[in-house]
Design a protein around this ligand. Structure first.
Ligand SMILES: C[S@@+](CC[C@H](N)C(=O)[O-])C[C@H]1O[C@@H](n2cnc3c(N)ncnc32)[C@H](O)[C@@H]1O
Length: 188
């Protein structure tokens, strides 16, 4: 009897995906990109027949680290993390806000809602700005409101900080001397 070769391999979940809601969101991501898939009994392995738009999927997915042996953009961004946590990339780690959503979940929900580049999200409870940062990364506008002025400030710092990157790099030594800290700059 010939052994049937499994083809549950051409798309890979991130190693950190563990909760049921994440496995459900991962499937919803595939559905929102109109991808025809088969799934294993443990819901962790997928087989894709065809990707209508592989490049778009790789640039937007939150829960898959690769497809057809190509890395997703999310994998490349999170591989530059200073901390070991997958959800602490770019400016997401700036402030340890207790009520913060997981960026990965927000990104998957944006995909599920099929919000496109150039469209606008309103988050009336912006908190520490997770939705704002994810929207910015995906080229989506975001309007945020929060009862807390601190939250409003944190969110603004998180999305506006990239505009100051060149200035920070240019004045790195001066800032380090003034602040008495070492500024680590990751080149993405
Ligand atoms: C769970 S956090 C939001 C997380 C955020 N959306 C994110 O992307 O990480 C909830 C936020 O709602 C804010 N909030 C609570 N009541 C509010 C109200 N009546 N108007 C505006 N913001 C409010 C709180 O200050 C808190 O920052």
């Amino acid at each position: 009897m010939s052994k049937k070769k499994s083809n549950f391999k051409n798309i890979e979940l991130f190693w950190n995906v563990q909760f049921i809601y994440e496995l459900v969101l991962a499937q919803l991501e595939l559905q929102s990109f109109d991808i025809d898939y088969q799934i294993s009994e443990d819901f962790r392995n997928f087989s894709i027949k065809d990707f209508p738009d592989l490049e778009l999927f790789l640039s937007r997915t939150a829960y898959f680290q690769s497809a057809h042996s190509k890395s997703s953009l999310y994998r490349s961004i999170t591989s530059k993390n200073i901390s070991r946590s997958i959800n602490q990339y770019l400016t997401h780690w700036f402030y340890p806000y207790k009520g913060k959503f997981h960026p990965q979940m927000i990104r998957a929900l944006i995909n599920y809602m099929k919000i496109k580049e150039g469209e606008t999200i309103l988050d009336p409870f912006i908190g520490s700005g997770t939705t704002a940062v994810e929207a910015q990364l995906l080229g989506i506008n975001c309007v945020g409101v929060d009862i807390s002025e601190v939250c409003s400030l944190i969110s603004q710092v998180k999305v506006n900080s990239t505009s100051y990157l060149e200035e920070i790099i240019f004045n790195q030594t001066e800032f380090e001397e003034k602040l008495g800290i070492e500024i680590g700059i990751a080149h993405v």
